[in-house]
Write a protein that binds this ligand. Structure first.
Ligand code: GAP
Length: 488
């Protein structure tokens, strides 16, 4: 089981080197929640920076947003999440463990993301041969029931005006409800997109494989608004752009693929959806969703127009979402507050939306897995992370060969000069070979060593992480050399 070993190796490297820790570890841990340590937070920030650069900075047709996690509860009624965002689960009568019905199989096989309730219902006809993954009993399940995935919380101190809110299960809705604000305050014209990175929360029934599926996670989403009829062409555009983003950042092409959703697998809002899948080293099928690209049509903006019309009922029912039925579409619906007026062609419509929705934690895991390598060097195993330079947590480590003859002072000076340009690390502890290996494990592209020759001719060695080759560079040219190599 080499592949499983590989994920174990990565998990252990992540803990050993301070990339990722179990949340609340000193209290025994909190299942499916993780903390990013000193190297992990740099890596994750770099993933977010690379996404933002590609999604917002480099494009003229996308603007950014950072909406709140807590939002008006009616938003979740309108979006469909309050009623439909649930997994179908069955409880084992022997051990009381609840399992997603679509995850119940005859062997340990794992499954995809959320399957719509209707599809899961159809598949759930016969549980008599299914195995409980917890105690191993066969066919001992209760009737399947929906399990809601949104976390609830209370807002407000006074009994009269306190209300139940939800932690957002996707960042997308914060974008839809700001569509008009962005239109009114910027110069954007359709086609354009709004991009956002932020935390989302889902009370997942089954969590798995380290940071792959957790209950708190970060998403990076673009809602790209376009004229109905042009949606299919934008869908193709985004497929291409998003696939390339991963390969440009070093993911090997052979580990990435597209998987189209079957019609019965589509989320309640989608006309079409394709997953970018990565060959993760776990599960029976290996290929797992990294990102979803969906054609959400005009579903969300339409639904929010209905939601807005329903506001009065919401107050009358004291915020009880179960009592609320969204107001039917009025005449001239296309002229509603979330419609768009195309000045040039003098027409008004509700835009269609193409949504590339990536998981930051999941991409971070994919970048870790893809960069991880082991090689034999002089009878020893060298573990390394061959990160793309843009993602590497530390760009350069600076060492004095020995702690004497003025070498630490020179190395410190170099470190102080470079750290204003990019993330650097100073280390003078232990044999230099061991220091190199530690940086290989951290994925640091360059190690700079001050040695005896530096004292004579002001040159240092620059060691390349991937080839382990060393070249000598004058300290005067070091900064420009590294900037060029790192493209920073
Ligand atoms: N707005 C659309 C949406 O949320 P999704 O397929 O449910 O679609 C998009 O989620 C991405 O978010 C997934 O492809 C995955 O990368 C990430 N994601 C979803 N649930 C997750 C979880 N429980 N843990 C980690 N990442 C998750």
């Amino acid at each position: 089981m080499a592949k499983l070993t590989k994920l174990d190796d990565i998990v252990s490297l992540c803990k050993r080197r301070g990339f990722i820790f179990q949340s609340s570890e000193v209290y025994g841990g909190l299942a499916s929640c993780y903390d990013y340590g000193p190297l992990g937070v740099e890596l994750k920030n770099n993933v977010k920076k690379a996404w933002w650069k590609a999604a917002v900075q480099m494009r003229d047709d996308i603007v950014g947003l950072d909406s709140s996690i807590l939002m008006h509860p009616l938003i979740w009624k309108a979006s469909g999440h309050a009623d439909k965002f649930a997994d179908l689960v069955a409880e084992c009568k022997k051990c009381n463990t609840r399992t997603r019905v679509d995850h119940l199989v005859d062997n340990a096989e794992e499954h995809t993301e959320h399957v719509p309730i209707e599809t899961a219902m159809a598949d759930a006809q016969d549980l008599s041969k299914k195995v409980c993954p917890s105690c191993g009993k066969i066919g001992q399940f209760t009737e399947p029931m929906p399990f809601k995935l949104m976390f609830e919380t209370q807002m407000g101190a006074n009994v009269d005006d306190a209300m139940t809110l939800y932690l957002r299960p996707e960042t997308a809705q914060g974008i839809f409800v700001n569509f008009k604000n962005v239109l009114d305050t910027t110069r954007v014209k359709i086609p354009f997109g709004i991009a956002q990175i932020g935390k989302s929360f889902r009370n997942e029934v089954t969590t798995k494989a380290f940071i792959f599926r957790t209950r708190e996670f970060e998403q990076a989403e673009i809602e790209f608004f376009c004229e109905p009829g042009t949606d299919e062409q934008w869908y193709e555009h985004w497929k291409e752009v998003r696939f390339k983003w991963y390969t440009d950042l070093g993911i090997k092409k052979e580990n990435l693929r597209f998987r189209d959703h079957d019609p019965d697998e589509l989320a309640h809002y989608a006309k079409a959806c394709v997953d970018v899948e990565y060959k993760f080293p776990f599960g029976s099928g290996d290929w797992q969703e990294l990102e979803g690209i969906a054609n959400r049509t005009d579903y969300d903006l339409r639904q929010h127009q209905r939601g807005i019309r329903t506001l009065n009922d919401w107050f009358e029912t004291k915020g009880d979402l179960t009592k609320i039925t969204l107001k039917e579409e009025a005449e001239n619906f296309e002229k509603g507050p979330l419609s768009y007026f195309d000045e040039q062609n003098k027409k008004r419509y509700i835009p269609y939306v193409i949504e590339p929705s990536a998981g930051i934690d999941r991409s971070t895991l994919a970048f870790l897995v893809d960069a991880y390598d082991e090689e034999e060097v002089k009878g020893d195993t060298r573990n390394l992370l061959r990160f793309h330079h843009a993602l590497a947590p530390i760009k350069a480590a600076i060492f004095p060969l020995v702690k004497k003859d003025g070498m630490p002072e020179i190395a410190r000076k170099i470190y102080d000069e470079l750290k204003g340009c990019f993330n650097c690390f100073y280390d003078q502890k232990g044999a230099v070979g061991r220091r190199y290996r530690r940086q290989d494990e951290a994925g640091t592209p360059f190690c700079i060593t001050v040695d005896g020759q530096t004292l004579d001719d002001n040159t240092v060695t620059v060691r390349d992480r991937d080839s382990m080759e060393q070249i000598r560079i004058s300290t005067d040219n070091l900064k420009s050399h590294l900037r060029e190599k790192l493209d920073m």
